[in-house]
Write a protein of this length. Sequence first.
Length: 232
Amino acid sequence: MTAAAVRLVVMPGLDGTGLLLKDFAEAMGKRCPVEVLRYPPEMTGYDALAPWVLARLPEGPHVLLAESFSGPLAVEVAKARPGGLKGVIFLASFIRAPMPVPGVAADVLKTMPLNAPVMQALLRPFTTGIGVGAAVTEAFRAALEEVPPATIAGRLRQVLDTDLRDDLAALHVPHACISARNDRLVPPGRANELCRGACHVARLEGPHFLAQVHPEEVAQAVVACLEAMQAW
């Protein structure tokens, strides 16, 4: 399975807008057809998002690229065995709650949303990393302005209640994993859970926002994942 032979369906992170993946989509578009999904801003749970994604998958051969929040969602989608699905690539993602954060933390976002300046400053070391260009941080802020704080809070609460390790092990298609060595949101132990049974594993230097900070390197890693899936 060469990269050009499949369509890459990109499932975005917590904001769900896909706006943060623009540079990566452009880099990947030189290698294969790419479609970046944009989740409805009112949808929070995986149980609602899974059928929404299934209804929008192409009929031909395709591979899911699930970033961060979308990792468990991609597993739920794959469980439905959609026609044409050839594999799942997890990007800076997880299969169960990445950090032991109390559920009440999600409710804080309703009063102090992520796009608030103080929250942006607090999140920067965990998302884009320190010293990243202003364009990436501005794109992050702009994306969050398009999503209601209650939706972000609901999606975070969904993450905290998730554990799909058994479902991952039962996938009928190959999966691959691209992780960030300097990820401060998804600890190595959680990232390694996705690597078990993977047909290809790539560990790249960078923060949690790997595709945003290093779009070309991630595109190259995705091609390697697709090539490994061909031999599965």
